[in-house]
Design a protein around this ligand. Sequence first.
Ligand code: C2E
Ligand code: MG
Ligand code: MG
Ligand code: MG
Length: 284
Amino acid sequence: LSKSKGRNRYEFFSHAIEEQAIEKRRLIEEIRIALKLGQFVLFYQPIFDQCGVTVTKAEALIRWDHPQRGLIGPNEFIPVAEQNGLIEEIGNWVRNQAIEDAAHFYQLSGNKMQVSVNTSPLQIDHEGLWVDEWILACNKFNLPRDTMIIEVTENTLMDPDSPIQQQMLRLNNYGIDIAIDDFGVGYSSLAYLQRLDIDILKIDRSFIKHMESNENSIALVRAIITMAHHLKVKVVAEGVETIGQHQLLQQLSCDYLQGYLFAKPMPTQNFIDRYVRSSTLAAE
Ligand code: C2E
Ligand code: MG
Ligand code: MG
Ligand code: MG
């Protein structure tokens, strides 16, 4: 009896795995079509100064505007796209759209709005084409060189012998800012901070989340900010949701704040109406 039960279970699992594989192939095919039909969109989440008043930066966050399922978040398709090379094509689209948007923001307000773009390590080739394309795209729109920010995670910069370090140095030299995303949760040493001219550290949301209830979280956030400032690196707190967190971060001299307390990611036009045009009005 137990033997046949075991076999049933095996069949059940193998069936489930097969289902999953089919589901994944379907998703991959749908992502290809979505790229062709232009179903991806960028949302923008403003990044505020220490006081939570002024916005000089925004993070571009991809969404899939699916005809049947509505808006789909990146966690549902970026990991799959990373497994089969589609991330490159998605990444190119994100880069071009974000640069075009940044140029539009600049044109509308006459002020620079820095636009931050997420990058998967799997998008970065080892020959330098990825950097070439970034520079070409920025030049095409005649943007001030530090208009764009490229966000990478610590893991991307982990290996000192990887050509990726070289690519990052080239971006540095061109003037594109580099931000470390999800800082503090990667499997990485701090050695890259010696080698690269990092502009921004983004403290991972998990540290911010527990600041009000856990002394260790406060101590860590304080230490990260102190370290960053000694290195002349600016700090963004990710995922600020409460007034209490904001107050603590202000006391610790955190440079910039991003989170639902201030604004959620929003469609480009809403971002323009609220944060780009309003700066023109204020200037007039
Ligand atoms: P991330 O780069 O760490 O982006 C921040 C995420 O936190 C976003 O989720 C944002 O909507 C969310 N968030 C912001 N403020 C708060 C808050 O106060 N509370 C909470 N609970 N969440 C907050 P989203 O848009 O779902 O993006 C998830 C991840 O997908 C991003 O994490 C990033 O790693 C990746 N991603 C997004 N867009 C792109 C892209 O264009 N290319 C690549 N390669 N990855 C992307
Ligand atoms: Mg990010
Ligand atoms: Mg720099
Ligand atoms: Mg992050």
